[in-house]
Design a protein around this ligand. Structure first.
Ligand code: CMP
Length: 131
């Protein structure tokens, strides 16, 4: 997902270019706007965390780009490409180092396992939206 901060800052194109250059194939893509309710469902796994409310407020504060990406070793390679959750700890050349401003407003989200990638892909896309 490209998060509301990166969309607002005009970085959709820059981020997609980095994703393409890293060898990911786009299987599905959507420009949409989460509500508090849908953001809450997407991040349900974090429901007990102290930042959950803030996270849902932020994720519903503006449009996002959701995508399914395909590549060998996609989950691990995408996490390498995006960098650490907190941009202060992100490696040079990563998406978050370039475009994130804080741990909350960190430009992009990537699935943390193959299992969650399937769940998160199904959250946004049906079978007719994948190519
Ligand atoms: P993401 O990869 O989308 O997964 C969960 C998100 O919660 C994470 O990126 C951060 O944006 C957010 N998050 C994690 N820790 C904090 C925190 N301490 N304060 C605010 N947001 C956080």
């Amino acid at each position: 997902m490209i998060k509301p901060d990166a969309v607002k800052a005009g970085n959709i194109g820059n981020i997609l270019q980095m994703i393409n250059a890293a060898g990911f194939r786009i299987v599905a893509m959507k420009y949409t706007h989460l509500t508090m309710d849908t953001a809450g469902k997407f991040y349900e796994v974090h429901k007990e965390r102290p930042f959950y409310g803030e996270l849902c407020e932020f994720m519903s504060s503006g449009p996002i780009v959701a995508a399914i990406l395909e590549k060998e070793n996609a989950v691990a390679d995408f996490r390498t490409l995006i960098g650490a959750t907190n941009p202060a700890n992100a490696e040079e050349g990563t998406i978050r180092k370039k475009y994130a401003t804080s741990i909350g407003e960190n430009a992009v989200h990537g699935s943390d396992s193959d299992e969650n990638a399937i769940i998160e892909g199904n959250f946004f896309f049906n079978g007719l939206e994948r190519f």
